[in-house]
Design a protein around this ligand. Sequence first.
Ligand code: MRU
Length: 342
Amino acid sequence: MVLRTIDWDSEKNTIHLVDQTLLPAEYKTIECSTVDSLCEAIKTLRVRGAPAIGAAGAYGIALAAHKSKASTALELLDELESKAAQIKSTRPTASNLSFSVERVINTIKSVAATKADIIDVATEEAQLIADEDIIINKKLSKRGAELLEDGDTVMTHCNAGRLACVGWGTALGVVRSAVEDGKEIRVVACETRPLHQGSRITTYELMEDKIPVTLITDSTAGYMMRRGLVDKVIVGADRITEDAVFNKIGTYTHSVLAKEHDIPFYVAAPASTVDCKHSEDEITIEERDPDELRYFKGSQVAPYNVPVYNPAFDATPMENITAVITEKGVFQPPFLIEELII
Ligand code: MRU
């Protein structure tokens, strides 16, 4: 088992990542040696989760720089800008992807003068982004762990664990830190239709770490809350704007249920998820292939031509959120969005 979900191969100048479409049946890493293969891996969710695709995007620029045949620094920079646009377009909702890609491009522009400089700076900055991910996640997890009490049962949706990041995790990182602090925490994992990140990945990670986890269908959440079987809800985020948190489709429904049952609803995410420039209505929600609902692992589960609506994410209004946890602190709405990142 590798410790990082995604890593740079400094001998071959390629990217290695865990192919998450195969989990839990198979734990296998694949190698991306072209930007096209990396983009395919992001689009098909071989690598997924906002922080992990952020690191993937940053490594993608390093990959493009190493593989480029450009003859001048200017030509190389032009080429990297176009690869940056290609990478950013793979998944529009998570802000970490564009944040990391732009961070690498901006660092190159500010410090690199020659072709060799550009290649070195791109590689170093991408490595830094990936290394920082684990450090930041541990920091926000320590803050978040203080909100969990010994004996808590915590519900989560999708996968915001180490496989959604370079390592450690955000929502599941908070659970890991609380367990490290000696608290007994049980997790309820919602399966997360249609791609089952909860049942395939969250349960897998937690069972590996020997943290007690129970799998439920997404529609069991309300019944469990009504019966008093959930103490807290904690999820990750793909983007946080001044008025909403974007996360896997179904998150909003859980937030409404949590509010109805007076259950604290927490969001844990790094500051790179925060978008200070836009509000809810301006964000593009990724819509995925209708066949994700018509077929399951190749078996038909709906009429092949039934019209489908398949948004990958939803937006939870800030008023449904008890607190947002970033590496900078724990913030209870209402707050100024800038406070989350300073
Ligand atoms: O479509 P996915 O699997 O990339 O969606 C992932 C999520 O919605 C996660 O909750 C989010 O990215 C936070 S991961 C730390």
